[in-house]
Design a binder for this molecule. Structure first.
Ligand SMILES: Cc1ncc(COP(=O)(O)O)c(C=O)c1O
Length: 426
């Protein structure tokens, strides 16, 4: 069975993508030969686990340069980045942590996994981001941290959030999993909160297959995060070696001085991410230029809702959620669920894949319902915002991965199907 030796076929990704006539499925992340070579040379180095590895340091330094500041500590996922951020900020079992009612379940899970309790807060239906007014109303002395999520690549209203933070003096953890490269009023996402946490899971704009990283401006906090990522054992960033220490008559070696775990980024993922980072800005600029066209066309589209970045900020369009305005129900005489179903079917027929991504909102999901609090979420604008919207160009078909002309054609098709649907469904 093991006698046949298989050889690794070297597939040039540029060759794979050479037929750009059809939209490419599963072509993210883009892999050039340099990226593949870097991964191979990491493999050959046998530096495949451990702390203080050159490739990890190189990756973290690249992100720091790209952000123009901050201390970066890489992790093995976005979920673990959130967990270690909360732990490093001193969140303890039983503490309450604010979390938006609409995000990926990893956000509240990170709190739950360290024994904290999520308290769900409404979103602003126009942006799908946490609503600052609802946040203020949810604040109490039990709340020990706020998790904000820059949904789909668009920044939260950080000025309004900062006002609440100033009043209640609690740390903020930014879930930036979907917002690599976004900026808020001239500031990079990554440098907006006490700790900003990113995911590099396959679909993300900066993709390493899996992985993540935390960014903080506080060097001591960065060190704490690094130690927690390495079993809670003190972990110098470079020159990683341990000495025996004599204490109270016995030798101490690799002592854990706080709770931690194995949350370090895999070096092969770091190798992949270094190359992805070099191309990231130009890929983001590409998707932004296509989406600017859609935003212009959206003005004339009936019952079409799409979030627009706060003035002076950017949206990087990791996900594209489009909403159907409530007036469509009276116009068509159909319930919202049926309009959505029909629109999605019409789009699918024209080759535009759609998904609900995650539904219903988190306090209504079985595994999280216990944390839904007093609110009847089924009658909230947060619930309606998600039940009357859906994702276009999702994970297997990210717009950022497409050739620009094809992406433009796809956007034009979306607009045309949408217009046609409402012209025929009156
Ligand atoms: C908003 C958000 N938060 C957290 C995560 C978790 O990241 P990961 O899959 O790397 O653990 C994701 C994506 O997976 C996400 O979309």
């Amino acid at each position: 069975m093991f006698s046949e030796r298989s050889t690794v076929e070297h597939i040039s990704i540029s060759e794979q993508n050479s037929d750009q006539q059809v939209p490419a499925l599963n072509t993210w992340p883009r892999l050039n030969d340099d990226a593949i070579e870097r991964v191979i040379s990491c493999l050959k180095s046998r530096q495949l686990s451990g702390s203080g590895l050159d490739i990890i340091n190189e990756f973290e330094a690249s992100v720091e340069r790209w952000l123009g500041g901050g201390h970066v500590v890489s992790t093995n996922s976005g979920t673990s980045a959130l967990m270690v951020a909360l732990l490093a900020l001193g969140i303890k079992p039983g503490d309450t942590v604010i979390c938006p009612a609409y995000t990926w379940c990893a956000t509240p899970h990170a709190a739950l996994l360290i024994g904290a309790k999520p308290k769900f807060v409404a979103i602003d239906p126009a942006t799908y981001n946490i609503c600052p007014n609802a946040l203020r109303q949810a604040m109490s002395s039990d709340v020990k941290a706020i998790m904000v999520v820059h949904m789909h690549g668009m920044c939260c209203d950080m000025d309004a959030i900062s006002e609440v933070v100033r009043e209640f003096s609690v740390p903020v953890v930014g879930d930036c999993a979907q917002a690599h490269g976004a900026r808020y009023k001239g500031r990079e996402v990554g440098l907006l909160s006490d700790v900003d946490c990113f995911s590099m899971q396959k679909s993300k704009h900066l993709s390493a297959g899996d992985g993540g990283y935390c960014v903080t401006k506080d060097p001591k906090l960065a060190q704490k995060i690094r130690d927690i990522c390495n079993f809670g054992v003190e972990t110098p960033k470079t020159n990683y070696r341990f000495d025996d220490v004599l204490r109270d008559g016995y030798e101490v070696f690799r002592e854990c001085d706080q709770i931690g775990g194995m949350f370090r980024l895999n070096p092969l993922c770091a190798a992949l991410a270094i190359d992805q980072l070099q191309e990231l800005d130009s890929h983001i600029a590409g998707v932004q230029s296509v989406m600017n066209d859609l935003l212009t066309m959206a003005d004339d589209l009936p019952f079409f809702k799409i979030s627009r970045p706060i003035s002076g900020s950017t949206h990087v369009w990791h996900k594209i959620r489009v909403g159907i305005s409530e007036d469509a129900v009276a116009f068509t005489g159909l319930p919202m669920a049926e309009i959505r179903r029909q629109l999605r079917a019409a789009l699918a027929e024209s080759g535009i894949p759609t998904t609900l991504w995650t539904a219903p909102i988190l306090p209504l999901q079985t595994g999280l319902a216990e944390w839904s609090g007093q609110t009847d979420w089924t009658v909230t604008p947060t619930h309606f915002a998600i039940e009357s919207s859906f994702m276009v160009f999702d994970e297997n078909f990210p717009l950022i991965a497409q050739d620009k002309d094809i992406a433009r054609q796809q956007v034009a098709m979306l607009v045309s199907v949408w217009k046609q649907y409402f012209s025929e469904t009156a």
